[in-house]
Design a binder for this molecule. Structure first.
Ligand SMILES: C[S@@+](CC[C@H](N)C(=O)[O-])C[C@H]1O[C@@H](n2cnc3c(N)ncnc32)[C@H](O)[C@@H]1O
Length: 240
């Protein structure tokens, strides 16, 4: 697929379009280690987080147990920099390693418990159609939302199971539908208007946030991906 162009044909509401025509959000990129960046940041007032932390396969020098510690620390740091009025949303796919199932949803929830953040919702995003056997990575991803101060309004619930994450620019990328759901929740259920993705990759979260009029901050270690994240745009949006 061509990076920079999502042939994405769903889900923007008329108020999203109005927002888009009214104002596009700003985008700031930091080419840096996210852990160092988070450690040196204060609590990011008026901000929420949407991110997808790197998998153990991206850390060949670490054992599984070392990666789990790294992952838990990164989640804790994100939650510690998220203000009470914000939410932290994680999109993670489990892995099967050494004959065990590594549940990243559990790792996030464990860190959130320790940080005093509550789980507002836990959605399942299908990676392949339900009912099919997946021998590699599990058939679904987790989409988890935590906050210290925001509460989920039950009458405004959205779907618990997403049939797909939507289009993505690369295999490790977050799909556009999942990004839209996360950013819309931030827009409608919080007062925060900046979305931070400390592991932004190609910048899908940032591009979708900007499209909805939200400001976006991305951090990424790879210079190649920083370049992509600066340029990525969501084009061809259409009313559902
Ligand atoms: C799962 S991918 C994120 C994909 C992204 N959501 C997208 O849609 O393109 C994780 C990203 O984290 C980056 N990364 C890994 N370690 C990092 C670190 N210490 N600091 C910042 N970025 C890091 C990787 O280069 C990779 O792009």
């Amino acid at each position: 697929m061509r990076a920079g162009l999502f042939n994405y044909w769903a889900l923007l509401s008329s108020s999203d379009i109005f927002r888009f025509m009214e104002k596009k959000g700003t985008r700031t990129l930091h080419h840096q280690d996210a852990i160092t960046w988070l450690e040196s940041s204060p609590i990011l007032s008026a901000s929420s987080f949407v991110t997808s932390l790197p998998d153990v396969s991206e850390f060949p020098a670490l054992s599984l147990e070392e990666w789990k510690s790294w992952f838990s620390r990164a989640v804790s740091l994100i939650l510690s920099r998220c203000p009470d009025e914000g939410v932290a949303i994680f999109y993670q796919t489990d892995v099967k390693r050494e004959g065990t199932w590594v549940d990243k949803g559990y790792l996030c929830q464990n860190a959130a418990d320790r940080a005093g953040s509550s789980l507002l919702w836990h959605k399942v995003v299908c990676r392949i159609p339900p009912g099919k056997i997946s021998f590699g990575r599990p058939a679904y991803s987790h989409l988890l939302c935590f906050s210290k101060g925001v509460k989920a309004e039950v009458p405004r619930s959205t779907q618990d199971v997403l049939v797909s994450a939507g289009e993505a620019t690369w295999t490790r990328g977050m799909g556009v539908d999942a990004c839209l759901l996360a950013c819309r929740f931030i827009l409608s259920e919080t007062t925060t208007r900046t979305v931070v993705d400390p592991f932004c990759g190609h910048g899908t979260v940032l591009a979708v946030a900007n499209e909805l009029g939200l400001d976006a901050i991305g951090v990424e270690l790879s210079s190649k991906r920083v370049k992509k994240a600066k340029a990525l745009q969501c084009l061809n949006f259409q009313l559902a």
